[in-house]
Design a protein around this ligand. Structure first.
Ligand SMILES: [Zn+2]
Length: 267
C-alpha cells in the first residue's frame, strides 16, 4: 500500500470547544502592560478544550475547569465538561486519550469524567506541581490542590503517562514541551487534511502574544515563554495556530460543528 494511503488514516478533524468565558482587560492579561504605554482596554478571555478525532481514534486535549474551580475565580461556565463533549458529538467513554498541556485549574478540572482514557502530560509539569515549588502562593493560586492530588492518584493507578520533551501521542498527534507559561507547558500538533494544526494552549493565550511579541501575565519562565513564541512561529509556516484563550479563534475559524461553541479548526 502506498505511504500516502496509510497516512490518510492518521489525519484528524480538529475542534475547539468553548466552554467558558470572562471579561478581562489588556492590563490583566499582558505581562507588565504599562511598559507598552498604551491605555488599558477590555479583553474577553474565552476558555477552550480541543478535540482531535478520526474514525479510529478520539483524543481530547485538556478538559476545562470544574464548576467549583471556575466559580472560585468568578469565571462563567457556558458548558460543563460532559455537556461540552456532547455538544461536540462525544461521550467521555469514547475518548481513548486525554492530553494535559499543563496542570492549571482551567485545563485539568474536567478530568474526573474520563474514567477509561489514558492521561498524558510532561514529566516536568507533573514534577513541578507535585513538588514543593508548586505549593508556593503565586504558583498555587492557578491550581486546585484536590485536582493535583487526582493526578497523583492517576499516576498510582497506572493511568497517567509522563513524557519527555517530545512524545508521539498517536500517529499524527505530537506533544512538544515548550515551557514558559508553566514549567512543563506543552503544545500539541495534529495532522489534518488541511495541513498541520498547532494547538498552542497557554503557550499562546492570545494571538497578540505571538504577533506583537507580548508575554502573558502568568509566567513561570519568561525566557522560555519568548523562546516558545519563536518555536511556534517556526512551526506556524503552513500550519493553523490555535491560541488557547483568544475570542479571535472563533473569527479566524468561522466554521461550526453543530453548536455555536464548537469551532471547527480543520476538517
Ligand atoms: Zn494556564
Amino acid at each position: 500500500m502506498p505511504a500516502h494511503v496509510d497516512a490518510m488514516s492518521d489525519w484528524y478533524e480538529v475542534l475547539a470547544v468553548r466552554y467558558g468565558t470572562r471579561q478581562a482587560s489588556a492590563a490583566e492579561v499582558f505581562l507588565n502592560y504599562h511598559s507598552y504605554h498604551e491605555p488599558d482596554r477590555p479583553l474577553r478571555m474565552d476558555y477552550f478544550f480541543w478535540v482531535a478525532r478520526n474514525p479510529s481514534r478520539t483524543v481530547v486535549i485538556d478538559t476545562g475547569f470544574s464548576p467549583a474551580g471556575g466559580a472560585a475565580r468568578g469565571r462563567t461556565m457556558l458548558l460543563d465538561t460532559v455537556p461540552a463533549l456532547n455538544a461536540a458529538g462525544l461521550d467521555p467513554d469514547g475518548v481513548a486519550q486525554v492530553v494535559l498541556t499543563h496542570a492549571h485549574y482551567d485545563h485539568i478540572g474536567g478530568l474526573p469524567v474520563f474514567t477509561e482514557a489514558e492521561v498524558i502530560m510532561t514529566s516536568d509539569e507533573y514534577d513541578f506541581w507535585t513538588g514543593p515549588m508548586g505549593r508556593r502562593g503565586q504558583f498555587a493560586h492557578t491550581t486546585e490542590a484536590g485536582e493535583l492530588d487526582r493526578l497523583k492518584q492517576l499516576r498510582g493507578n497506572g493511568r497517567l503517562t509522563l513524557t519527555g520533551r517530545t512524545h508521539s501521542v498517536a500517529p499524527g498527534i505530537e506533544l512538544t514541551q515548550v515551557g514558559g507559561h508553566t514549567q512543563g507547558q506543552a503544545i500539541v500538533t495534529v495532522a489534518t487534511r488541511e495541513g498541520p494544526v498547532i494547538l498552542a494552549s497557554d503557550a499562546v493565550h492570545y494571538y497578540e502574544e505571538l504577533e506583537r511579541d507580548r508575554p502573558f501575565s502568568t509566567v513561570a519562565n519568561l525566557a522560555d515563554m519568548y523562546a516558545a513564541f519563536d518555536r511556534i512561529r517556526e512551526l506556524a509556516q503552513g500550519a493553523r495556530v490555535v491560541a488557547g484563550h483568544d475570542p479571535l479563534v472563533a473569527e479566524r475559524f468561522p466554521a461550526r460543528a453543530g453548536s455555536q461553541d464548537v469551532i471547527r479548526i480543520s476538517q
